[in-house]
Ligand binder design. Structure first.
Ligand SMILES: [Zn+2]
Length: 253
């Protein structure tokens, strides 16, 4: 199995999973790069996976379905034209053409119905967990997004994390403000600057790496509680409060 990032718009990645002559795409915001890749590689689309309803994740569905009328999996709690296999927490998806099976993890916060797709070794998490950061809270509450991220952070450390945006450099620069002394983060930031200078993606990340470098997964760290409390202007008593203050600070930063 190969997993390929197809760049779209200014900073999206449409992840394409290929095995043999078949492929699956996650969050095709634009059909053009998907159709081009399928044609150039003589692949047939087997299914589409959708994480949430935002246009930059679903906009390519009509054009893709006109060419390939395949099953489209997506969140049961969001109205998305084209989704015909609605999914909820702990549902299972099986894509026989690729020998792939996913477990669905409900991750509300960025949107209320947002789901992630997990198969051992790989996590497709849309706009919930980013490398070094997390999604904005458009529909849910900070407590919801914090709980969603805690679930993802509890997956095995080696799990590769396929986020839907290339936000790593600004995220890691914010992480530096939130947790100034973090040697692993500094080393990784230098590596990511080299990758971006070479025009390469910084993704996928991994759950183990995110636990080390991502301040939004490190809200119990005393150093982060201190900086977040300073920004909030009052003492923060627990990880969910630290998370809410960090998210609010990042919106202003
Ligand atoms: Zn989104």
């Amino acid at each position: 199995m190969q997993i390929i990032p197809l760049p779209a718009f200014s900073d999206n990645y449409i992840w394409l999973i290929r095995e043999g002559r078949h492929a699956v795409v996650v969050d095709p915001g634009d059909a053009a790069p998907v159709l081009e890749y399928l044609q150039n590689n003589a692949l047939r689309l087997a299914a589409v996976l959708i994480t949430h309803h935002h246009a930059d994740h679903v906009g390519g569905l009509p054009a893709l379905l006109a060419e390939y009328p395949v099953p489209v999996y997506g969140p049961r709690r969001e109205a998305i034209a084209g989704v015909d296999r609605p999914l909820d927490d702990r549902d299972h998806v099986s894509i026989e053409e690729l020998g792939l099976a996913f477990e669905v993890i409900a991750v509300p916060g960025h949107t209320l119905g947002h789901i992630a797709y997990y198969t051992p070794g790989h996590l497709f998490c849309g706009d919930t967990l980013f490398c070094g950061g997390c999604g904005r809270i458009f529909e849910g509450t900070p407590a919801q997004l914090h709980a969603s991220l805690e679930r993802l952070a509890a997956l095995p450390a080696e799990t590769q994390v396929y986020c839907a945006h290339e936000y790593t450099l600004p995220n890691l620069r914010f992480a530096r403000l939130a947790e100034p002394a973090n040697a692993a983060r500094e080393a990784f930031l230098a590596e990511c600057e080299r990758l971006r200078d070479a025009g390469r993606p910084t993704l996928p990340s991994s759950v183990g790496r995110e636990r080390q470098i991502n301040p939004f997964l490190r809200c119990s760290e005393p150093a982060i509680r201190t900086t977040a409390s300073e920004q909030a202007g009052h003492p923060l008593n627990n990880a969910p409060e630290v998370f809410a203050a960090l998210r609010e600070w990042k919106n202003r930063a």
